[in-house]
Design a protein around this ligand. Structure first.
Ligand code: GRF
Length: 215
């Protein structure tokens, strides 16, 4: 059994997708807690309704250093094997990342290394890319960097605005993140030369047309 903690800051739709997939597919994993840096994160209500422990480490009540110390204490008390960032809006320090090396996952709403940072959908539209998407990766000290575990490609439609594109990418995220986290739980991922290798190999990508994966 692997122990998972999921970190959120907001609505937590990816967290919900992970909770549902773990239950439906009966992963050999426990969700030890959903931790939020905001007491008002809407996602906390879903976790509580699922009888998952919720923990709030309120960022506003801390300095950056004391926030991370409190977060580490909470994570270590839960004996977390994997720390799953799901819309967690805090940048973690190198010391924090080093403590949990190759055990922190993140999902980012672009095809990295394109469009790290915020406002990815608007920036993708402005750049005129034809394929956009989402990336699950191991977290390293550099923002939105780190070995790529899986990617979902989402075609950009001529009629898209940032909202419609974000909605389609989010559907893809909900398919992609459970798949990637399950590989972690099953012990199928290793990192070699800064690349995430899956054993036995299978495609580490999805292509979406609307909400349905084409492949
Ligand atoms: C997602 O788009 C995720 O890729 C990004 O933040 C958003 C979180 O959404 N890191 P939700 O809270 O999971 O609904």
């Amino acid at each position: 059994m692997r122990n998972l903690v999921i970190l959120i800051s907001g609505r937590g739709s990816n967290m919900q997708a992970l909770v549902r997939a773990r239950a439906q597919e009966q992963w050999p994993a426990r969700i030890q807690a959903v931790i939020s840096d905001r007491a008002d994160a809407p996602g906390l209500a879903f976790a509580a309704a699922q009888r998952i422990r919720t923990v709030v480490v309120e960022a506003r009540a801390h300095t950056r250093a004391s926030f991370e110390a409190a977060l580490m204490e909470a994570i270590d008390a839960l004996a977390a094997d994997f720390i799953v960032l799901a819309g967690f809006m805090r940048i973690l320090t190198p010391a924090f990342v080093a403590r949990y090396a190759q055990r922190i996952l993140n999902i980012h709403p672009s095809l990295l290394p394109s469009f790290p940072g915020l406002n990815t959908h608007q920036r993708a539209l402005e750049a005129g890319v034809q394929l956009h998407g989402a990336t699950v990766h191991f977290v390293t000290p550099r923002l939105d960097d780190g070995p790529i575990i899986a990617q979902a490609a989402v075609p950009v439609m001529a009629t898209d605005d940032a909202g419609t594109l974000a909605a389609r990418v989010l559907e893809a995220e909900h398919q992609l993140y459970p798949r990637a986290l399950r590989w972690c739980v099953e012990g199928r991922l290793s990192v070699q030369n800064a690349r995430a290798l899956l054993t036995p190999p299978e495609p580490q990508w999805l292509i979406f047309d609307g909400n349905a994966p084409l492949v």
